[in-house]
Ligand binder design. Sequence first.
Ligand SMILES: Cc1cc2nc3c(=O)[nH]c(=O)nc-3n(C[C@H](O)[C@H](O)[C@H](O)COP(=O)(O)O)c2cc1C
Length: 158
Amino acid sequence: MKRLVVYYSFSGNTRAMAKRIARALRADIAEIRTIKTYPDDLDVLLGLAKREIESGYMPQIVPLSVDASKYDVIVLGTPIWWNSFSPAVKKFASSISWKGKTVYPFSTNDKGAGHAQSDFKKALRGATVAPLLNLKFDEKTLLTPLSEINEWLLGISK
Ligand SMILES: Cc1cc2nc3c(=O)[nH]c(=O)nc-3n(C[C@H](O)[C@H](O)[C@H](O)COP(=O)(O)O)c2cc1C
């Protein structure tokens, strides 16, 4: 059974990690893209994202390039926005049935994953949700040791 790496990325960190993970797992890969692009101005984006997350708003997303419902194992990547997964990932999570699937979530951020793990468990109802791999960045530089990522990858390829 082929595995799928699905991710959203605003500024590239999650995309870079998703590509690396998909290559290591020889998995298929698909990007979640919003129909309306978010503003580039960070202060405007922070305010908009806060309002979206607090209200539970989910932006419209472009249909994925693959049918995610066909995969039993999904690696799901997100940047942390206001201590949770991004609204685009929330939208994707609400768009398929998770029953019987195993999900390996990962996040990128500069402070920490906040409550993303428990939010994923709630959003992916019916799935077995593995412990979140949290990848710390300083701007564009990955701080998490590669050994930690490799160990996590071993758990998926078993
Ligand atoms: C709107 C917004 C909210 C963010 N909130 C958090 C946060 O709560 N905690 C944190 O550690 N990083 C936060 N960040 C930083 C991002 O999670 C981090 O830069 C991430 O690696 C970006 O991933 P991307 O390049 O794939 O978009 C936030 C960034 C943005 C744009």
